[in-house]
Ligand binder design. Structure first.
Ligand SMILES: Cc1cc2nc3c(=O)[nH]c(=O)nc-3n(C[C@H](O)[C@H](O)[C@H](O)COP(=O)(O)OP(=O)(O)OC[C@H]3O[C@@H](n4cnc5c(N)ncnc54)[C@H](O)[C@@H]3O)c2cc1C
Length: 506
């Protein structure tokens, strides 16, 4: 008789036939109640070669539809099928299953929203930990009179839900990605860059404490002063050393409305210089920019996007003072408008809904995200933009470029070029997934672009589609590599975690 492995799972109403009850270490497969071999086969779940899965608060599933969904991501070009998926009902479930996977030599990948583009959250034949069920937020702790605070959130919460909760107290996380439906654990594993980064650093720079389950299955709390080596290895650590289960985030005063500007430029160097000016003088809370093609497809138009926060986060915006000294094309399409703060943060939502409705959100996204040294940003950007001239970035596809400020980026594993003001250049391709040859060609072109930038002292922002060899990763991490490798050895000694990143060989 099968053992009642999912005693608690059964209470949650999972159909007994679908429940995973054991792992067969010889066949390296999971065994469901329905498919459990009879004792006549010589295998039993008690004392036999099957390893019983311990009791769980959540569920462990192996149904083909769920596995197929987790064998895909926002890139829609890499597909590695896991053998099982944990939908944790508690943090204890993550501990339990990572320990179990250690015993059985099963690889594990956390999956937030699956919005990486190159299989980073996938694991062939292993266990996916879907963090979406661990999504508790709060309470928000406001520091009376200071206009600041903190909130502790579980890793599966998405940023739109986090900011909804904090805005109720007049507070906000200081930095946002352009799109809010990404998980906290997913962006803290890569860095979390946005238009506010020049002022506040990345999202990882605004975390005061983490609770994680290490690759060895230990539930640990870490911060800058408590197990600082683990804290440093997890923030922007690509899920290599631990699964983040919760994070305590720093909060600042939220504006009610913001003043939003779009300023056109016709010259790349002038555009980048003005972006740098704004990044360094802090007059805007948010600075980004887009490169747009002309009628012939040459990427020769530039739009600086800058946002000033209104009261109580900042003074009443004064357009004349905010735009002073900027050399944008005053004869072009200048936009200045006042927006509700959350609507500004959530500005991609309407476009995403339209793409979803048109069936285009599920197209392939072989994205390229590079970090350019500021002193050669204009030359490098020109070379890269000329290299894609005449090519359509696809429906919803855009080219972004914006400055960061190194002094405010303090997380060692978020690898920046050695330059006071590096630039993020992102080419966000959208391509028909039916033409995989074109998608693969784009991935190869991305690798060549990365090489051009690496040779010039740049790095990549590892959320897109660039095949990286172990040697590339060493180059990427540079002087941080020995500490990263030591943390991997200490906290994930069996090298189970996040193999889809290909940072460490299994
Ligand atoms: C439309 C869109 C817009 C974006 N805009 C921005 C932007 O403006 N700025 C920016 O910085 N990025 C941006 N990104 C990239 C995004 O931040 C990363 O891809 C991020 O990792 C996605 O989060 P996710 O929850 O989908 O993570 P997943 O894709 O699920 O996972 C990504 C990686 O993190 C690991 N991981 C996930 N959760 C955890 C956890 N709890 N603990 C440990 N490891 C974990 C996974 O194993 C995997 O290796 C954007 C992506 C999309 C699709």
């Amino acid at each position: 008789m099968p053992q009642p492995l999912n005693r608690r799972t059964a209470l949650h109403g999972l159909a007994a036939g679908a429940a995973v009850i054991a792992f067969d270490p010889l066949a390296r497969t999971w065994v469901t109640a329905a498919g459990h071999p009879a004792p006549a086969t010589g295998r039993t779940t008690t004392g036999g070669p099957f390893a019983d899965v311990p009791p769980l608060d959540g569920t462990l599933v192996t149904d083909p539809a769920a596995l197929a969904a987790d064998a895909d991501d926002f890139g829609h070009s890499v597909h590695r099928t896991p053998a099982a998926i944990l939908r944790p009902g508690s943090v204890a479930d993550v501990v339990t299953m990572i320990r179990f996977c250690n015993d059985q030599g099963i690889q594990v990948a956390a999956r937030g929203q699956g919005h990486a583009t190159n299989g980073q959250a996938q694991v062939d034949g292993g266990l996916i930990v879907e963090t979406a069920t661990l999504n508790a937020i709060g309470p928000v702790r406001a520091q009376q009179g200071a206009g600041t605070g903190t909130v502790t959130v579980q890793a599966g919460a998405v940023w739109s839900a986090v900011v909804h909760a904090t805005l109720a107290q007049g507070l906000t996380p200081p930095v946002f990605t352009d799109y809010l439906e990404l998980s906290v654990g997913g962006t803290l594993s890569v860095g979390g860059l946005g238009g506010q980064t020049h002022l506040y650093g990345a999202q990882v720079d605004n975390v005061t404490q983490l609770q994680v389950v290490t690759g060895a299955g230990e539930l640990l709390t870490c911060s800058a002063t408590r197990r600082p080596d683990l804290f440093r290895a997890v923030l922007a650590g690509l899920g290599q050393c631990a699964v983040i289960v919760s994070a305590t985030l720093r909060l600042v005063t939220a504006p009610v409305t913001v003043r939003h500007f779009l300023l056109p430029y016709t010259d790349l160097a002038t555009f980048l210089d003005d972006q740098r000016l704004l990044a360094e003088d802090d007059r805007f809370a948010y600075v980004e920019g887009e490169v747009v093609p002309d009628a012939a497809g040459a990427f020769t138009g530039y739009v600086l996007e800058a946002v000033a926060y209104g009261p109580p986060a900042g003074p009443e915006p004064d357009d004349t003072a905010l735009l002073a000294g900027l050399r944008y094309d005053t004869s072009g399409a200048v936009t200045a408008e006042t927006l509700d703060y959350f609507d500004f943060l959530n500005r991609l939502a309407a476009g995403v809904a339209a793409l979803e409705q048109a069936g285009l959100w599920s197209w392939a996204h072989p994205w390229l995200n590079l970090l350019l040294p500021g002193d050669s940003a204009a030359t490098l950007a020109r070379t890269l933009l000329d290299g894609i001239a005449g090519q359509d970035t696809g429906p919803g596809g855009v080219v972004l470029i914006y400055p960061l400020v190194s002094d405010r980026l303090r997380t060692p594993l978020l690898r920046m070029p050695a330059d006071p003001v590096p630039y993020l250049l992102a080419v966000l391709w959208t391509m028909d997934p039916a033409d995989q040859a074109a998608v693969q060609a784009r991935a190869a072109a991305n690798a060549a672009a990365y090489e051009t930038v690496r040779v010039a002292g740049g790095t990549q922002y590892p959320v897109g589609t660039i095949a990286m060899s172990p040697a590339d990763w060493r180059a990427q991490y540079g002087r941080s590599w020995p500490e990263f490798a030591a943390a991997k050895q200490r906290y994930d000694p069996n090298r189970l975690l996040a193999p889809g990143q290909h940072v460490f060989t299994p």
